[in-house]
Design a protein around this ligand. Structure first.
Ligand code: FES
Length: 147
């Protein structure tokens, strides 16, 4: 039921760990399943994401989506990173079973939370970035039906 790419990123997750003195750190969870994800971003003076690492205490799909999300945001500008939605992450993984769609939301929201932290630390506003939630189960109502 999982694509080969999902299995690959689950078995060999990329960019696991933390970044010391990260430019931005974001942690989000899902109270319903109890899973938690933390993203670290290293952003240079030009607003380019030089490095991204994650720690996920969660299901296999959450690990695979965080791994893919870190790969997708690396080398991107802050604005481009906003385009790395849960949909984009799922597409890059060749899809997820419908019951696992919510896991990819955790990855999107964790990136947003890390960007939000970066923006606050640098007293800047990132166009199009909304304040992230700590618990994405508030957001996911009806998400499964959308796909
Ligand atoms: Fe909760 Fe996957 S079951 S993130």
């Amino acid at each position: 039921m999982y694509s080969e790419k999902v299995m690959d990123h689950f078995n060999n997750p990329r960019n696991v760990g933390e970044i010391k003195d990260a430019s931005g750190v974001g942690t989000v969870g899902n109270a319903k399943c109890g899973d938690i994800m933390r993203m670290y971003l290293d952003i240079d003076d030009n607003g380019i994401i030089q490095d991204c690492k994650f720690k996920t205490f969660g299901c296999g799909a959450a690990v695979a989506t965080s791994s893919m999300a870190t790969e997708l945001v690396k080398g991107k500008t802050v604005q481009e990173a906003l385009q790395v939605t849960n949909k984009a992450v799922m597409e890059a993984l060749d899809g997820l079973p419908p019951v696992k769609v919510h896991c990819s939301l955790l990855a999107e929201e964790a990136i947003h939370a890390a960007l939000w932290d970066y923006a606050e630390k640098h007293h800047i506003k990132i166009e199009g970035l909304e304040k992230p939630v700590n618990d994405i189960s508030e957001k996911e109502e009806g998400i499964e039906e959308e796909y």
